[in-house]
Design a protein around this ligand. Sequence first.
Ligand code: RP5
Length: 175
Amino acid sequence: MDYGPWSINKNMSQPKIAIIMGSKSDLNIMQDAADVLKELGVAYEITVVSAHRTPDRMFSYARAAADRGIKVIIAGAGGAAHLPGMVASLTHLPVIGVPVKSSNSIDGWDSILSILQMPNGIPVATVALNAAKNAGILAAQILSTADEYLVANLIAFKEKLKQVVEASAAEMEKQ
Ligand code: RP5
C-alpha cells in the first residue's frame, strides 16, 4: 500500500507522532509542536491535510497512521476546524486538537468550539488557542507511558520550567 510522502523529517527515526494541519498558513503556530518534540527527542512527521479541500487525503492519512507506527496525532486547524474531529473519527489513535486563530477565524472561538465540542464516543484532547507547544508536550507525555527514556527527558524539561520561574522570582524579590 502506498501511504504517501507524509514525513518531512527524513533524517529522524520512525516517527511516533504525526503533526498535521489544515493549511500551510497554520505552520507558524504548529511549528511549536515540532520544536518541543525535537527538544524532547521525539521523532515526528509533519504535513498538511485539509479536511475540506482534501477529504480523500484526510481519510487515507488517518486510516493508515496506526499501521505506519504513529502513536499520537496532533491536528491543528482554524475557523470551521473539522480536521481533528474527523481524523479522530477515522482512527483509534489519540488525537490532540490545536485550535488555531486563523485568518478566517472569528476571534478563535469558532476554532476552539469546533474542536472541543465533540460528540460522546469520539474524543479530541483539545489544548488552548494556538497552544501547539502544549499539544507536543502532551503527545510526548502519552508516549512516555511506554518509554523510560522519554520520562527522563520530560522530567528534565519540567525541571527547567521550574528553574526559570525560580530565577524570575529571585530577581523580582531583589527589587
Ligand atoms: C482552515 O482554514 C485551516 O486550518 C486554516 O487555519 C484556515 C485558513 O486556511 P487558508 O485559507 O489560509 O489556507 O481550514
